[in-house]
Ligand binder design. Sequence first.
Ligand SMILES: CC(C)(COP(=O)(O)OP(=O)(O)OC[C@H]1O[C@@H](n2cnc3c(N)ncnc32)[C@H](O)[C@@H]1OP(=O)(O)O)[C@@H](O)C(=O)NCCC(=O)NCCS
Length: 176
Amino acid sequence: MLRGSKVGLRARHEDDIPILRVELYNDVVNASRAEGWPWRPIPPGSKDPRLVVDDKQEGIVRFSVVELEGDTLVGSATLWGIDSHNRCAHIGLGLLPSSRGKGYGTDVVAVLCHYGFVVRGLQRLQIETLSDNAAMLRAAERNGFVREGVLRSSAWVLGEFLDEVLLGLLAQDWKP
Ligand SMILES: CC(C)(COP(=O)(O)OP(=O)(O)OC[C@H]1O[C@@H](n2cnc3c(N)ncnc32)[C@H](O)[C@@H]1OP(=O)(O)O)[C@@H](O)C(=O)NCCC(=O)NCCS
C-alpha cells in the first residue's frame, strides 16, 4: 500500500466494488461531470473496467483509496494514459460523497505524484477537470500543479458545454 498522511492507496478488493458502483459510478451527476462520456447504469456483477481491475493493462493503474485510520474505503484513484516514451501520465480520482472536503483529495493527489514520479519514474503528470470543480483545482494546486490552459467548451455535461482546465506538474517542480 502507498501511504499519504491521511489516506492509503491499495489494490481493488472485491468488497470495494458494490460500494464504488453505488456511491460513485451510479451517481448520474458525479459520473457525468467526472467521466467525459455519457452516464450509463452499471448492473451488479458487470465487469466494468473502472471497477474490476484488469492488471494486464499496461497504461493504467487503478487504486482503491482507504482511510489510514480504520482502513475504510473512501474512493478510487487512477494513474491513466501512462506513456512510457514521453514519460507522462494523467491523474484521476473520485471520493465517496461522505469523504469529500476532509483533505483526502489533496492527499490522494500527493500519493499519486509519489507513485508517478518516484515509483514509475515519470517526468510529467497532468490533470483535466471542469473549470467549476473548485475542490479538484485546489487539491491539484496544493500539490504544485499549475494551470496550463483552458479547453473551452470541451465537455458536454448534462445539457451544456463546460470548460475544462488543464493542469500539469513536472518532476523537477514537485515538492513532496
Ligand atoms: C474533487 C475531489 C477529489 C476533491 O477532494 P476533497 O477531499 O473533497 O478535497 P479536499 O478536502 O482535499 O480540499 C481541497 C481544497 O478544496 C477546498 N474545497 C473542498 N471542497 C470544496 C468545495 N465544495 N468548494 C470549494 N472548495 C472546496 C478545500 O477547502 C481545500 O482547499 P484548501 O487546501 O485551501 O483548504 C472530491 O471532492 C471528489 O471526489 N469530488 C467528486 C468527483 C470529482 O470531481 N473528481 C475529480 C474529477 S477530475
